[in-house]
Every structure is written in C-alpha cells, then in structure tokens.
Design a protein around this ligand. Structure first.
Ligand SMILES: [Zn+2]
Length: 165
C-alpha cells in the first residue's frame, strides 16, 4: 500500500515536469527554443491579410533555420509561417534577400562586399559604405524587434573570414 502510494506520487511528479517542458516556449513545429518578440513588432511584419489574427499578445520567433514557422504564441495557438511575414527572416535557409539591416534594407551580401571588396574592417566603415543603420527603427523593422547591429557585425565577421581564407 505504502509502495503503491510512492509510485503514484512519483508518476504524478513526472507529469508535472512534462507539462512544464511543454510550456517553455519551444516552436510547435520544430521544437527549438524561440526568442520573445514584442507584439508591436509582429504587427508591423505580418502581411495585411493576417493582421486581424495577431491579437495583443507577444510572440516567439522560431530561430531554426530550416523551420517554416516564424512567429508563434503557444497560449492562443496562433502561428505565422514565412509566407505570412512581409520580410525574409535573415537566418532562415531560403531567405532572399538576406537582410543584415532591415531598417535601411542593406543585405548581408552588401556588408560582405564592403569588407571583401572595399576593404572595410570595422563597423563604422561598413555603415558608411553601405548606409546600414542610417535610419534605425528596429522595433518595427527587424524581425526580432532588436537593433540590427548584431546581424551587421555577424556579416562583417563573415567577410573577414573570407579574406582570411
Ligand atoms: Zn520552428
């Protein structure tokens, strides 16, 4: 009787743990962790056709490069795929063009070219050559709602890696 009770409470513990894992904001399609994105950003980037579906909650952005899902909210069950977002998501495998700076519409390729062809090595030179981040409005334009600086820097690093090959 006593043993039975312990078994039961163990298994109910396990169920609680499983529920917790399900709640932790992983993409419903690929299961990878998403990054939180403010509602205002999602409203800016979803195509007009699906505007009415968005509601007022914040969303998560699926960071998996092969996954079709862009934004999801596990509470409401609402998801938006790549086709329902106005801009290509730079880290998704088929993003075209791949933007490094969404505000000034500067592509990763342009940043890499500034490094490889024009000899820029640091951020300020790249920004001058490409015009990236000249009109920053990242909360509305960048799919994460965050400053494009980090993506531009990653593109610079790619350019420098090409030079060092
Ligand atoms: Zn996903």
């Amino acid at each position: 009787m006593g043993k039975e009770f312990i078994k039961k409470s163990c298994s109910s513990n396990r169920i609680m743990i499983t529920n917790k894992i399900k709640k932790n904001n992983t993409c419903p399609l690929c299961g990878r962790m998403g990054k939180m994105v403010k509602n205002v950003t999602v409203k800016h980037l979803i195509t007009d056709e699906f505007m009415g579906k968005i509601g007022n909650e914040d969303y998560y952005l699926c960071m998996d490069e092969n996954c079709d899902i862009v934004y999801y909210d596990l509470n409401s069950g609402i998801i938006f795929s790549k086709q329902q977002v106005k801009v290509p998501i730079w880290f998704k495998d088929d993003a075209n063009p791949k933007y490094a700076c969404y505000c000034s519409k500067v592509t990763e390729e342009e940043v890499i070219n500034a490094v490889v062809k024009d000899g820029a090595t640091i951020m300020s030179q790249v920004l001058k050559i490409t015009g990236a981040m000249s009109e920053p409005n990242c909360q509305n334009n960048n799919p994460l709602g965050q400053c494009c600086h980090k993506i531009v820097q990653e593109a610079i690093n790619k350019g420098l890696a090409i030079l060092n090959q």
